[in-house]
Design a protein around this ligand. Structure first.
Ligand SMILES: [Zn+2]
Length: 244
């Protein structure tokens, strides 16, 4: 099972992080290792894909908290597994509870604070990014758990890269200039990863506490990509949690 790992998180032995790809699944065609029940894939195959992925991670799906992502900026503090409707970010201080978000081009931002032993899984698409979901998650971690931003370590996962993520002016103008490159055809290339790095730094994270995975999901065939495959695109899980 191909699993994307983070370099920066490996220094913490009790911390588990993994992201699935579109490889090693049982679903037909491009769905392959699709983990979403809401994209038209066969539910039995999705169930088996999820079982395989969580088993490869070494955890049971029954101790995972899921979001019902709707491109909101709602952050849920959770202490039990199950579904958290209308949320795009989950935070926790519970051990043996794992937070999962699903993505296909949208940016997964995963946070861990070794001091308070707290974690967050954030689904930051362009909408969530413009509504500052990362900043809201960090603020909520401070309020609920006393998590200090300077102690947080962050991983920004594979997602739509500036090389491929073309948007119109109405989207581009909502981002800092440094995250946007204007093309000759009046379209724009957008760097959502960079926009989230800026939010992490503005929240008070230290620069050397941030790892950005360089892979772009749109042109790299290992990943599901909504931009590339449209309705035929599956979803991937990014999961974080603490074993002790
Ligand atoms: Zn690309």
């Amino acid at each position: 099972m191909e699993i994307i790992r983070s370099k920066i998180f490996t220094q913490f032995p009790g911390l588990l992080f993994g992201m699935s790809t579109n490889r090693n699944g049982v679903s037909a065609g491009k769905f392959n290792l699709n983990v979403s029940f809401s994209v038209g894939d066969n539910p039995e195959n999705v169930t088996e894909n999820r079982r395989r992925f969580f088993s490869a991670l070494g955890i049971d799906e029954n101790i995972v908290a899921f979001t019902q992502q709707e491109h909101t900026s709602v952050v849920c503090a959770c202490s039990t597994p199950g579904n958290y409707p209308v949320s795009d970010a989950l935070i926790t201080r519970s051990q043996h509870l794992f937070l999962a978000i699903s993505v296909a081009d949208c940016t997964p931002v995963m946070l861990y604070d070794p001091k308070t032993k707290t974690a967050a899984a954030i689904h930051a698409g362009w909408r969530g990014t413009t509504s500052k979901i990362v900043k809201k998650a960090i603020a909520k971690m401070y309020v609920h758990y006393g998590t200090k931003p300077a102690n947080i370590v962050a991983f920004i996962g594979p997602s739509a890269g500036k090389c491929c993520y073309e948007v119109g002016n109405e989207v581009a103008k909502q981002f800092p200039d440094i995250c946007v490159e204007r093309k000759p055809d009046r379209k724009y290339l957008l760097d959502v990863k960079q926009a989230n790095v800026i939010q992490l730094l503005e929240s008070g994270l230290q620069e050397d506490h941030i790892e950005v995975h360089s892979d772009c999901t749109i042109h790299n065939q290992v990943y599901h990509s909504h931009r590339r495959d449209g309705k035929e695109s599956g979803r991937m899980f990014a999961v974080i949690g603490m074993n002790n």
